[in-house]
Design a protein around this ligand. Sequence first.
Ligand SMILES: Nc1ncnc2c1ncn2[C@@H]1O[C@H](COP(=O)(O)OP(=O)(O)OP(=O)(O)O)[C@@H](O)[C@H]1O
Length: 357
Amino acid sequence: MSVTAAFHVQRQGFTLDVKIELPATGISALYGASGSGKTTCLRAMAGLERLPNSFFQIGQDTWQDEANGIFVPPHQRQVGYVFQEASLFPHLDVAANLQFGMKRIAPVQRQVSESHIVELLGLSPLLKRSPSALSGGERQRVAIARALLTSPRLLLMDEPLSALDKGLKQEILPYLERLHRELAIPVVYVSHAADEVTRLADHLVLIDHGEIKAAGPIKQVLLDHQHAELFNDGASSVIEGRISRHLEHFASELKFGRFALRLSQQDHPVGQQLRCRVFASDVSVCLTQPHDTSISNIFPAKVSHVAEGRRPGEKLVTLDLGEEQQLLAQLSSHSVERLQIHPGHHVWAQVKSVAVL
Ligand SMILES: Nc1ncnc2c1ncn2[C@@H]1O[C@H](COP(=O)(O)OP(=O)(O)OP(=O)(O)O)[C@@H](O)[C@H]1O
C-alpha cells in the first residue's frame, strides 16, 4: 500500500503541479519555504480543498479522481488533521475532548484503544484538566491524541510544533517518535524546520514554488548536493545507529554499520536507536590516517562524488563509509585541488561535531 497524489491548481501568482508517492508507513515530510504549496497539498489530501484535475489514492481507496468524477468529501475520508495551534473544545476537559475524537468513529471501525493512545502521549495526569490549564505542548499532545482516536488511515500534521518555543518543542518530539515507532499509520508532516524534519522523517519531499524538487528516503535526499541549498540550514547527512556503550569522559558510543561514533554522553540506555545529523561544514578530509589530532571521530572513506558547493570556491564532497552510509564534506575548491580529491580516492573523514537529534 502507498499514498499517491497528483495535485494541480493555478492561482494568481502561484501554480501547483505535483506528483507525490509516499510509503504507507512512517513519517513523510513535506518540506519547503513559506508559500511553496505544502498546506495546499495537505488540505487537498484531507479533501478540504477540491483541486481541479487532481488525483488522490490511499492503498486501494481512491478519494479523488477528477477524470472519473470521484471526490470523497472530507467527513468520509478517515483522516486525522493536526494544525499549528491545537483547537480543543475549551468547555470540555481533556478526557471529554478525547472522547469527542473517539465518538466520531463507529466501535467496529476503531483501530486504536483510548488507553493505548493516552499512554503513548503521556496524557494520564492531564485527563481532568481543562485546555486552559495546559501548556502549548500539552495541548498539542491532546490534539494529536484526539486525531489518532478517530482511527485515521492517514495522519496529516501541518507545522504542529511551529507555535511552540524551543523547550516545548523538545518536550513533544519524543512523543512523535514513539507514535512513529508504535503505530502503523502513515503520517504526512508539513514543516519548514530542517531540524524537525531530519529528526522525524523517514521520507522527504522537497517542494519549491509548487513543484517537487526531490523525493525519497531522507538519507538519500539529503545527500543530493543539488538540493543542499533548499535545506535552509546547510548541507548535512544523517547517521542512524544504536548506543553501544557509555564511555569514560562523559561520552557515549553509537554503532552504525561497522563503525562507531563517539558522542557526548547520552542519557539513553545501551541499545537505544538514535539519529544524528552531521553538517557538511563539520567534516574535513585527510589523505593519510591522522593520529595527532584532537578529533575523535575519524573514518576511512572513499570519495564517490565531487560537486560545486553553495558558494563560489566551495565543493561538496560525498564520502562512502561502506555501502550503507555516506557523509557530505564541505571543502574549499583550493583544498580539493591541492589534495587531488576525486571519485574513487581513498581518504580519511574527520567529523568535528555531531548533532544528536
Ligand atoms: N484559498 C486560497 N486562495 C488563493 N490563494 C491561496 C489560497 N490558499 C493559499 N493560497 C496561495 O497559494 C500559495 C501556496 O500556499 P500554501 O499555504 O499551500 O503554502 P505553504 O508552503 O503551506 O506556506 P506556509 O509555510 O507559509 O504555510 C501561496 O502563494 C498562497 O498565498
